[in-house]
Design a protein around this ligand. Structure first.
Ligand SMILES: Nc1nc2c(c(=O)[nH]1)N[C@H]1C(S)=C(S)[C@@H](COP(=O)(O)OP(=O)(O)OC[C@H]3O[C@@H](n4cnc5c(N)ncnc54)[C@H](O)[C@@H]3O)O[C@H]1N2
Ligand code: MOO
Length: 427
């Protein structure tokens, strides 16, 4: 058996990241989140023309302090391409977002003028450049506007579109399959409440699937399988050749009906099992192996243990694989908001709880019940904390990870410089 510490488990995972591959995606797709695989440069100046920021009048430099009336000689609306230019003694009416005519020194907003028939009179002097956003003020054509490893979501798409970039290189979208094993599992209940004695409703695949989807993975299969060695081996073989990631739940321990290890070991892969137990509690029965297509994990059957394994190690690993180079286990720090006393063990403890703001300090509130058999607390759980001692006092600092906010927490970790120099630009 390959028993490793929590840190060694992460080191082995991080050292075996599969090659994700890249693909071109449209910045007009709704297929997100994605992570950029190359730096992106602006294809056009942003904004693409000097524009008015106010409804008002474009004026010539000679008239910034004018006291006599200025003739209104034209009207430019957003979407127009003006040909007339502004001359001394004349103004052109402009609307917000309209290109300013050539030789415009400033736009005076309409509240700062008094209309007099076909002329206006300034009520105050106008500073040079007032209410005009010059072409390329936000970014110039050729500037790097988004970097490798940054998130491509609606927000980034907005910038890319505005800068005329319609396709970008992203990390390939990954596919995932979940195989929940256990003869006791009821996956498709006939009646909502009834379950035969000895059987339980399948629970774990619900949170695995929703988090994988939130990370932008394509969950192509969620299957359930009885504790039959042959059936589990066949299913694992089939799913690992179909999906980049396979998560098996249950049968990860040492019982004579625990077949996850057999199934993972039987796979044809040049890389051996990285570990089959991790010195963490809950969640020590935990298997990981690279496959020919990607990766397979064997998670504990206990839903609470699988939850902890998934969020402590699998999610940061997936984020790196997806292209978020900065991802790592327990990226945040919080203070404990109560004392914690656990049975002395050699394991790294992973506590389930929630993060709350206490004044200006992030505080971790551990759930009352930390047993791997207790699941009901997950309704209010939104974080996990790492504890490497048996006892800790209120106010002590613990490493934590959000379990319902992985994407926001990425912004707290700076993106390392990947040294990738390529740029992509839409023709
Ligand atoms: N002799 C030993 N027994 C066990 C050890 C050990 O070291 N020596 N480890 C224990 C620990 S720790 C854990 S965790 C469990 C994990 O074992 P398995 O991965 O084989 O889990 P199962 O036996 O299949 O299931 C455990 C428990 O969880 C329920 N379950 C399973 N899948 C689901 C699901 N999808 N949804 C809801 N509930 C599920 C299952 O009915 C069991 O109650 O092993 C210990 N044993
Ligand atoms: O460690 Mo087991 O993972 O449930 O308690």
């Amino acid at each position: 058996m390959e028993l490793v510490t929590f840190d060694e488990a992460w080191a082995r995972l991080a050292g075996h990241l599969p090659d994700p591959g890249e693909e071109q995606v449209s910045s007009w797709d709704r297929d997100e989140p994605r992570w950029l695989a190359r730096d992106v440069t602006a294809a056009v100046d942003l904004p693409p023309f000097s524009r008015s920021m106010m409804d008002g009048y474009a004026i010539h430099e000679a008239d910034l302090h004018a006291t006599s009336p200025l003739a209104v000689v034209g009207d430019v609306r957003a979407g127009d391409a003006p040909t007339m230019s502004v001359s001394p003694g004349q103004v052109v009416r402009v609307r917000t977002g309209a290109p300013v005519p050539p030789r415009t020194a400033a736009v005076v907003r309409q509240e700062w003028v008094e209309a007099e028939g076909d002329a206006i009179r300034l009520l105050r002097p106008v500073p040079q450049g007032e209410s005009v956003q010059p072409q390329g003020d936000d970014a110039r054509r050729g500037d790097v506007i988004a970097r490798t490893g940054q998130l491509l979501d609606g927000q980034t798409q907005a910038v890319l579109r505005a800068a005329g970039v319609h396709t970008v290189w992203c990390r390939r979208r990954l596919t995932a399959a979940i195989l929940a094993t256990g003869s006791e599992l009821v996956a498709r209940p006939e009646s909502a409440a009834h379950v035969e004695r000895g059987r339980v409703f399948a629970a774990t695949d619900a949170f695995l699937r929703s988090t994988l989807c939130a990370l932008g993975m394509d969950v192509i299969a969620v299957e359930h399988c009885v504790d039959d060695r042959h059936a589990i081996l066949m299913a694992v073989e089939r799913l690992t050749s179909a999906a980049d990631l396979v998560l098996i739940t249950g049968g990860a321990s040492v019982g004579d009906a625990d077949f996850a290890r057999d199934a993972i070991s039987a796979l044809r892969s040049p890389c051996p099992l990285l570990f089959d137990r991790v010195l963490m509690r809950p969640g020590s029965p935990f298997l990981a192996r690279p496959t020919s297509k990607g990766f397979v994990f064997g998670l504990s059957g206990n839903p609470a243990a699988a939850y902890v394994q998934f969020h402590a190690l699998v999610v940061p690993f997936l984020l790196r694989w997806l292209g978020a180079h900065q991802a790592r286990p327990f990226p945040l720090r919080a203070v404990l908001d109560r004392d914690v006393r656990m049975k002395p063990v050699k394991h790294t403890r992973v506590l389930r709880g929630c993060l709350r703001l206490c004044g200006t300090t992030l505080a971790f509130h551990p759930e009352d019940r930390q047993s791997s058999g207790s699941l009901s607390g997950l309704v209010s759980t939104d974080a996990i904390a790492r504890m490497d001692a048996d006892e800790m006092a209120q106010g002590e600092v613990v490493p934590v990870a959000w379990t319902r906010g992985w994407l926001p927490s990425l912004s707290l970790m700076p993106i390392p410089d990947t040294g990738v120099a390529q740029t992509v630009q839409d023709g």
